[in-house]
Design a protein around this ligand. Structure first.
Ligand code: GCO
Length: 256
């Protein structure tokens, strides 16, 4: 009973930004749970390498290199999947960038680049995936990757924070419109995870000490520590969970 509840066997999962970082960890966890996975990223060579690494473990892996901010590229990617008979049962909107700069120094172009990559992409890809899930009539799963910044702010990461706050509310909007089609839309809020995006922070002794002091677990999170929540939200175990955000943050948001 338990293993079936959390099995992803027979499902296909598209994870955006999965050639590295958190997305790649989730893709590996989904493949190990039985899903076929679709690796996405902007760099075809990096996507191919990530896909090959998972195939080397015996998993079924497809490649879909496209720019998540480009509507035409998103639609073309889904058209290719349609043509290949690949139906997306699980979508993880993970792709995101960070830009650390004071608001007063930020350009509109910089603002838009973060919002487009971290928020608008989730709308674009969520819309294409949901259109097909609704038409197929077999339900689906959408997991949006939020952040601590879905709920709290830190100076110098305003566009990222605005986007991640939007991710939380877009998740609820998706739940409001798509739950009746048996599509569960939820989010995961990673805490300070040891990823390439946070390398500069990890290597900054003062910031590293702050994260460790501010986090009850007294350490940075590891990307693979998101896999449990990601599998839960992608599996039958979360069939009545809608519009929620699960924080995997070592307890940081729970304490002062
Ligand atoms: C930062 C970090 C954070 C983390 C993560 C926390 O500059 O403060 O990049 O944004 O990456 O999002 O949940």
């Amino acid at each position: 009973m338990t293993t079936e509840l959390f099995s992803l066997a027979g499902r296909t999962a598209l994870i955006t930004g999965s050639s590295r970082g958190l997305g790649n960890a989730i893709a590996g966890g989904y493949a190990a749970a039985g899903a076929a996975v679709i690796i996405n990223g902007t760099d075809p060579a990096r996507v191919a390498a990530a896909a090959q690494a998972l195939r080397g473990k015996g998993h079924v892996v497809h490649e879909a290199p496209f720019d998540v901010t480009d509507e035409a590229a998103v639609c073309a990617a889904f058209a290719r999947l349609d043509a290949e008979g690949i139906a997306v049962d699980i979508l993880v909107n993970n792709a995101g960038i960070q830009l650390r700069k004071p608001l007063v120094e930020l350009s509109v172009a910089e603002w838009k680049r973060v919002i487009d990559t971290n928020l608008t992409s989730a709308f674009l890809i969520g819309r294409e995936a949901a259109r097909r899930m609704i038409k197929r009539g077999k339900g689906g799963k959408i997991i949006n990757i939020g952040s601590l910044m879905s709920d709290v702010a830190r100076a110098t990461v305003a566009p990222y924070t605005a986007a991640k706050g939007g991710i939380k509310m877009l998740t609820r909007s998706m739940a409001a419109e798509w739950a009746e089609h048996d599509i569960q839309a939820n989010a995961i809020g990673p805490g300070y995870m040891a990823t390439e995006m946070n390398k500069a922070l990890i290597e900054n002794p003062a910031f590293d000490a702050w994260v460790k002091g501010r986090t009850p677990s007294r350490r940075w999170g590891r990307p693979e520590e998101l896999v449990g929540a990601a599998i839960f939200l992608a599996s039958a175990a979360s069939g009545y969970v809608n519009g929620q955000i699960i924080y995997v943050d070592g307890g940081m948001l729970a304490v002062l």
